[in-house]
Design a protein around this ligand. Sequence first.
Ligand code: ZN
Length: 186
Amino acid sequence: MKEAVIIVDMVYDFVYGTLKTDRAQKIIPPIKSLIKSARESGNEVVFVGDAHLPSDPELEVFGEHSMKGTPGSETIRELQPQQGDHVLEKRTYSAFFETGLDLLLRRLNVDSVVIAGLHTHICCRHTAADAFHRGYGVTLATDCVEALTDEDHNSGLEYIKTIYNSKSLTSGEIIESWATGAKFKI
Ligand code: ZN
C-alpha cells in the first residue's frame, strides 16, 4: 500500500490573491520538499484546489475566491504539478466531497493520506474528517499546513489529531520515514 500527499488549496487566491496571507508562503518550501520526496519514494501526490461556481454555498461565508476557470484557482507556480501527479478540483471545504478523490486513491492502492496546505482548521480539517470516515490513515504534515491566525492553526492541529486520530509529523520526519521505509509511529 502507498501513501498520498493531498495538497489542499495551494492555489493563487489563497496564497497571493483575495484570501492571501504571508503565513501561506512559509509552507511552500516544506511542501516542495515533501512532494519531491513523495514522488521519489513511489508515493502519490494529489493536488485538490478550490474551483468554485458562483452558486457554491461557501461563497456566502467567504465571498468570491478561487473561481473555476480563473487564474485564482490555479496551483501556485512554485508547486506546479508534474507528470505522474494528480489534480482534482473541489467546490467545498473537503477534498473528498464529490471530487472523485476516494476512487482515485483506491485505484492507486493508497491506504493513508498526508495532508498539507490551507487552511488547517477549515479545508484541512474537513479533508481529514472525510479521510478518517473512509478508513484512511491520516497524517498531518505540521509544517506544511497553515491558517490565517495562530489560534486557528493550533486549534485545527489539535482537533485533527484528537478527533481523527491523525499522526502529527513534520515534513522532515515524513520524508525520513519514506527514505528508510519505516512506518510512521507517532
Ligand atoms: Zn473555497
